[in-house]
Ligand binder design. Structure first.
Ligand code: FAD
Length: 366
């Protein structure tokens, strides 16, 4: 049976997130411009249940699923690295690790980061050079991570290494003396989750900070990212939908001499119809992927399809939003530049279009 109706809970969380975004839109834009993590807003989101959205209720979360995660992520992007940490703990954590971290994440007391990329390893996990070696009952991590969102703000990093068993993930807390945060970088997008290098220099962690199995890193990665790509796709989609809606609202009022408003031109009416249709199609792809995840499927093909198409369509929508609003949209206070930069960054980070196409093709053909 196909049901296109959101439940009352889903509507409620979507609405709460929408209102939160609109209430704090100026602060969020400024956080992006200044590249500052909006910790205060992160904590304020606790009263709406945002940080613990899909964390089980037994750990203090809201116990919701991928659909609610998708709906909230359309409006608020800065929880993504913490959501990834929460998801990684849920799929691979020991009971002790879950008890230690999940309630604190739900209370807004822990920001997470994903320390995966390296100078010579972005799309390809197998090329990760960071090592972890066993020394007594500790592991010693050495290596350099780059482009790490929220690296400076994070209380807990989940870091991908190679051990002699293969790709392996560890949890490293912020005050570990063997971990140093590099200078803040200046990317064009996701600047509200500031980016730094992270340097692991004989960073010692106890055995119980190993996340998943020794050599089980691929499993942790795919179970985490297959879920979090729904959040990335939704974040991108939200930028496209908001930008187009803002442009339509403005262009409907804008008189062009004695020719009527911008939205009375046939060319613009078709453009809006076309983009709304394409955005809607992305939303359906994303909803299906989220629904399948909530049914317990891995939905790999569907999540990658959603992320692939979200990037293409949202970026086209933001560009047309600027076109529709003319000079008005070319001023920084309108924030279309930041919406485009965030969407473009998320289009590459977390799995580029090429990688999404590779995974989709593998799922269909292999
Ligand atoms: C703003 C920002 C935030 C980021 N946040 C994080 C973070 O929090 N944590 C983290 O670990 N990383 C993060 N990253 C890194 C990001 O995940 C990588 O940049 C991304 O995975 C691409 O890797 P790369 O830049 O090394 O490009 P490469 O892997 O070198 O790829 C370069 C180009 O080749 C294409 N390509 C690569 N392999 C293939 C293939 N097999 N087939 C076809 N085409 C291919 C890619 O799609 C891309 O177009 C971030 C990056 C940016 C810019």
């Amino acid at each position: 049976m196909i049901n296109y109706t959101l439940s009352d809970t889903q509507k409620e969380y979507s609405q709460k997130a929408k209102e939160f975004r609109s209430e704090h839109s100026d602060k969020l834009l400024q956080a992006s411009r200044d590249s500052v993590f909006p910790r205060e807003l992160f904590e304020q989101g606790v009263e709406h249940g945002f940080p613990g959205l899909f964390i089980p209720t037994e750990y203090g979360g809201e116990g919701l699923g991928a659909i609610e995660y998708a709906l909230v992520s359309e409006h608020i992007g800065f929880y993504q690295t913490t959501y990834q940490l929460a998801r990684a703990l849920m799929v691979a954590g020991t009971d002790k690790q879950k008890e230690k971290y999940l309630p604190r994440i739900a209370e807004g007391k822990v920001v997470g980061s994903d320390d995966i990329s390296e100078p010579n390893a972005g799309s390809s996990l197998k090329d990760i050079e960071t090592t972890a070696e066993k020394d007594g009952d500790e592991w010693v991590i050495n290596g350099l991570k780059v482009h790490v969102n929220c690296a400076g703000a994070a209380d807990v990093h989940h870091v991908y290494t190679h051990t002699d068993e293969g790709l392996t993930v560890f949890l490293v807390e912020k005050d570990n003396p063997g971990m140093k945060i590099g200078e803040k970088d200046q990317p064009i997008g996701t600047r509200q989750m500031p980016i730094h290098d992270v340097i692991y220099d004989d960073c010692r962690v106890p055995e119980d900070q190993l996340l998943g199995d020794n050599g089980g890193g691929y499993e942790v990665f795919f179970k985490t990212f297959n879920f979090s790509r729904i959040g990335n796709a939704s974040d991108i989609l939200g930028h496209g939908k908001r930008s187009l809606d803002e442009a339509i609202a403005w262009a409907s009022e804008r008189e062009v001499g004695d020719q009527g408003t911008v939205t009375e031109f046939q060319g613009n009416r078709w453009k809006i119809a076309e983009l709304k249709t394409r955005l809607r199609a992305v939303e359906h792809l994303r909803n299906e992927a989220a629904w399948r995840l909530d049914q317990g499927e891995s939905a790999v093909k569907h999540t990658c399809m959603a992320k692939l198409r979200a990037g293409e369509v949202a970026l086209a929508a933001i560009e047309e939003a600027i076109q529709l609003t003319g000079a008005h949209g070319l001023y920084r206070d309108q924030g279309f530049d930041m919406a485009w930069s965030d969407a473009k960054t998320l289009d590459v980070a977390g799995g580029s279009r090429e990688i999404m196409r590779n995974v989709i093709a593998d799922q269909i053909l292999d």
